[in-house]
Design a protein around this ligand. Sequence first.
Ligand SMILES: NC(=O)C1=CN([C@@H]2O[C@H](COP(=O)(O)OP(=O)(O)OC[C@H]3O[C@@H](n4cnc5c(N)ncnc54)[C@H](O)[C@@H]3O)[C@@H](O)[C@H]2O)C=CC1
Ligand SMILES: O=C([O-])CC(=O)C(=O)O
Length: 256
Amino acid sequence: MKIGIMGCGSIANTLTNFQLNGKLNVKLSYFYDINRNNAINLAKKVDAEVVDTIEELIERSDLILEAAAQSAVRNSVPKILENGVNVIIMSVGALMDSEFKNHLERLADESNVKIYLPTGAITGIDTVKASTMGEIESISLTTRKPPVSLGMTLEGNEEKVLFEGKASEAVNKFPKNINVSSTLSLASGIDVDVKIIADPKIDKNTHEIHLKGSFGELITRTANVSSPDNPKTSMLAAFSAACLLNKLSKTIQIGS
Ligand SMILES: NC(=O)C1=CN([C@@H]2O[C@H](COP(=O)(O)OP(=O)(O)OC[C@H]3O[C@@H](n4cnc5c(N)ncnc54)[C@H](O)[C@@H]3O)[C@@H](O)[C@H]2O)C=CC1
Ligand SMILES: O=C([O-])CC(=O)C(=O)O
């Protein structure tokens, strides 16, 4: 399977490291970025090719992994699906627009291809999905990040609540920080309650899920190390993408 990468930043960089360490069972073949130098840097690491347009990336790939931005999802994923290419989306926030999400689903069905949304930088999505077989009474996400991960500085040591509201609003206000709330919403079928806190006392990107349902209760807490090249993005996001790439070819599929 030929994998094309759209967006050659921190997540794609971690994926190339996995390739170099023999941890990927697929080959990253083509690299595309609006900043060509970013694509060149990653392609040469793994002896792959740089492509100059999204059209060329689509033509040559069997599956494209988007690790760019929500705008890239809006602009390019319809084209990818129309041309019969599978896609993995990291900038999941773009799918909180349900009209757009339904449009993508229709295009994928017509072309008989799949849209994959990795678990990303959180924990417990398998249980969240399973819980939808019964009733969900309440579901929330509390994200606590060091100010640098939110692209800001804070005076003093006091934490500051930056946002309280629904995931659909959070992904627009913090497009680079809270894609996980979209994954959680899509998995649960509920526009989840989100709280975002800048906390100068922590050094990890921390996500807590609280879910009460007819099956019982789920509480998860993930304290993530940031990517070395992008403090906004947790390393776990790239780990999750790599794990999904490997899962596609596994005979035994673990997890719901
Ligand atoms: N689902 C999840 O759990 C998570 C999702 N993310 C999201 O994944 C995406 C990638 O994250 P990072 O690698 O850390 O970002 P990054 O900022 O390090 O790299 C993004 C790269 O994409 C390129 N790019 C931007 N727009 C583009 C376009 N339209 N076409 C092609 N290339 C484009 C940029 O030039 C840059 O090289 C971001 O949207 C981020 O918010 C990040 C962490 C967790
Ligand atoms: O990496 C993280 O901790 C979460 C993140 O940025 C996102 O969901 O967009």
